[in-house]
Design a protein around this ligand. Structure first.
Ligand SMILES: [Ca+2]
Ligand SMILES: [Ca+2]
Ligand SMILES: [Ca+2]
Ligand SMILES: [Ca+2]
Length: 650
């Protein structure tokens, strides 16, 4: 048997650990890996009540009532809050008067060694009481959640440490080197204990799934996986890091099986700039299907009216396969291994644009693979023909700052593979956000995906070649971009304008106090992309560094928040939806973003936000909520202060 102690819950450990010690583990052939099935958890309100009692240190006081949403149970007493996810059993606790509070600056933080001891004693006592399953945990890192404040008038910057975040993973036997253990830390396998003044525990996040053996499946070698990765990248990565790990999905994702993946992280060169690509996973066994669009070829052009045949091939996985073909312009165009469709002419302004065709293949075990190509339909008559399906995408509304529930999403999957790795879930992520807001009564502007997402939509009128943000990103109140980015720009696919929006050319959110030539509407924008809020981008010369405030201060023209990441991030598909749902539950914008980044990332990813305040007739963007769900600050213009918070996504 090949069960591992780390994979089993407390009751089972006690029952079989003696037997296991005497049992010679049988290693699988190197040519196959075990696939595990997730052992479903049942979370009961009584359990949540017991957990609350202990974590809130209530002793004799009766615990507060347990409430529930569709996804989790939650309980609150004053500033103490705890929730427990129904699907995965994950736990998230905060003392909101301290955790992620910018003004909470402990005078007496414990040393790292003491913090670690405090965290381990706390986790040990929860395990002893059976409140969290007993598993072998491994120390990963001690990070610090930090606030920085920038005075626009004096250019002075202050930083403070808010709390220590002690991060753990789970000890596991290495797949590559059987017989040796390593500490695995992932979005769906991690523990964070946050420690404040005098060693007080002010936060906890614990995510893990219990597993049982399913079956061995033939392995895919690292070389084979690398070949698949290179084929998608169409370029040599500048830096490449490969890990082979079982992959645990985010706490709010229903996961039936746990299987090994090669996990690629690294950088590619864009011109002279080295840019991180989003984490990419390639399955390490044939348990998951691999889907490919065999025809037409990527980049093929067809005259208008042509019936186009689409052919797919699938290897691996478990039949029956379900095929779904989607165009980003025409929606679902068919199901089946081969489908035929005549596509509309894609067009924005004077530009005829390709369709991105997305093939999704789901196998009998619920595993999915996606392939993308672009194809272009050339209009039969000159421009301006009344071809059905021509898309006009103008938002059609000028910036309307009085009406405060307008949303626009822009996303890019189909990056030029010679230039940046394609992404597969930017659309799902951004649409998940928009759909939650639309369900809440928001007005959605036509989305701009792939070839329709343009740099000029984000650029101010006075930027190079002239931007049109006042018709697009700055004509709505909440915007969500999902795609590639780096410390000073976000990247697009279309070549109609610049390939990247430099943040130098962002002027967002102006109101009556703003520049009348640049009136705008935007209050909040998510940049769901790598490193856009990187704290400091180092130059080669001391003093040459660019801080987040240097790169971003001109963008705040009445804008309240930029929400994003200060490090590389993973491509999580449900981050947008989770973020919107927490805001709809009444969480302040900033806390909802923190929670969503922690639900959907590895613990070594750092989330961040940047927000503005005005001191004269003060604004309070710190307390901003989604309109209709709580307080919304007046626009902070002119801006006196910028505030920055960054946290590990543990
Ligand atoms: Ca508006
Ligand atoms: Ca603007
Ligand atoms: Ca405004
Ligand atoms: Ca507005």
């Amino acid at each position: 048997m090949r069960n591992r102690i780390t994979f089993i819950s407390l009751a089972v450990v006690l029952a079989i650990s003696v037997g296991l010690a005497n049992c010679e583990p049988v290693e699988p052939e190197p040519s196959e890996f075990m696939i595990y099935e997730v052992n479903p958890v049942t979370v009961l309100p009584e359990y949540v009540q017991n957990l609350t009692s202990t974590v809130f240190s209530l002793n004799m006081t009766p615990p507060p009532p347990v409430n529930q949403t569709a996804e989790f149970f939650w309980s609150q007493l004053d500033t103490l809050y705890l929730e427990c996810c129904k699907d995965s059993g994950s736990i998230w606790f905060a003392d909101f008067s301290k955790l992620y509070n910018e003004e909470y600056v402990p005078a007496d933080l414990p040393s790292e060694e003491d913090a670690k001891a405090i965290a381990e004693e706390f986790l040990g006592s929860l395990m002893e009481q059976g409140l969290i399953p007993e598993r072998e945990i491994g120390f990963f890192a001690i990070d610090q959640t930090q606030t920085a404040n920038f005075d626009i008038g004096t250019n002075e910057m202050e930083t403070a440490i808010n709390h220590l975040d002690v991060l753990y993973g789970f000890v596991q036997e290495s797949i590559q080197y059987p017989g040796t253990n390593f500490t695995m830390c992932q979005e769906g396998a991690k523990i964070r204990v946050s420690i404040g003044d005098k060693g007080e525990i002010i936060g906890l996040h614990c995510v893990w799934r219990d597993l049982v053996n399913y079956e061995f499946y033939p392995a895919i070698t690292e070389e084979e996986a690398l070949e698949i990765f290179r084929e998608e990248l169409k370029a040599e990565p500048e830096e490449l890091e490969v890990r082979l790990e079982y992959y645990f999905e985010s706490e709010f994702t229903e996961q039936e099986f746990v299987q090994p993946y090669y996990i690629f992280d690294g950088t590619v060169m864009i011109g002279e700039e080295e840019v991180q690509f989003k984490t990419k996973l390639i399955p390490a066994t044939t348990f998951s299907p691999t889907a490919r669009i065999e025809s037409p070829d990527n980049g093929t052009e067809f005259p208008e009216g042509t019936i186009i045949n689409f052919e797919a091939s699938v290897s691996g996985g478990e039949p029956p396969y379900e095929y779904i073909w989607e165009s980003n312009i025409d929606g679902v165009i068919g199901t089946g291994a081969s489908v035929s469709s005549n596509l509309s002419v894609g067009q924005r302004d004077e530009e005829v644009l390709p369709h991105t065709i997305k093939l999704k293949v789901n196998d009998g075990n619920g595993n999915q693979d996606i392939d993308l190509i672009s194809v272009k339909v050339i209009p039969g008559s000159p421009m301006g023909s009344a071809s059905e399906g021509i898309q006009t995408l103008s938002t059609g509304s000028p910036a309307d700052d009085m009406k405060d529930e307008e949303v626009l999403i822009e996303w890019v999957n189909a990056y030029d593979p010679y230039y940046l790795t394609p992404l597969y879930s930017s659309d799902v992520n951004a649409r998940g956000f928009r759909d939650e807001l639309v369900a809440d009564g928001w007005d959605s502007k036509p989305e701009c995906g792939d070839w329709y997402a343009w740099e000029e939509d984000f650029k101010f009128r006075g930027g190079p070649e002239g931007g049109t943000d006042f018709e697009w990103i700055d004509a709505v109140d909440f915007a969500y971009f999902s795609g590639h980015g780096c410390y000073d720009n976000i990247c697009f696919r279309n070549l109609a304008d610049y390939r990247c929006l430099s943040f130098e050319d962002a002027r967002w959110g102006g109101d009556e106090g703003g520049n009348p030539g640049e009136e705008g509407d935007l209050e909040w924008i998510v940049l769901d992309a790598c490193s856009t809020l990187k704290w400091c981008h180092g130059g080669w010369v001391i003093g040459d560094e660019s801080y987040v405030f240097d790169r971003w201060d001109q963008a705040f023209d009445g804008l309240h928040y930029v929400l994003g990441f200060s490090s590389n991030t993973g491509g999580g598909a449900d981050r947008g939806r989770i973020f919107a749902q927490y805001m709809k539950q009444g969480w302040p914008v900033r806390l909802a973003w923190i929670r969503a980044t922690q639900a959907t990332n590895h613990p070594w990813v750092w989330g961040a936000y940047l927000r503005a305040e005005r001191l004269e007739s003060p604004t309070y963007t710190y307390y901003d909520h989604l309109p209709g769900h709580g307080y919304v600050s007046p626009d902070p213009y002119p801006v006196d202060e910028l505030w920055y918070l960054t946290w590990p996504c543990g």
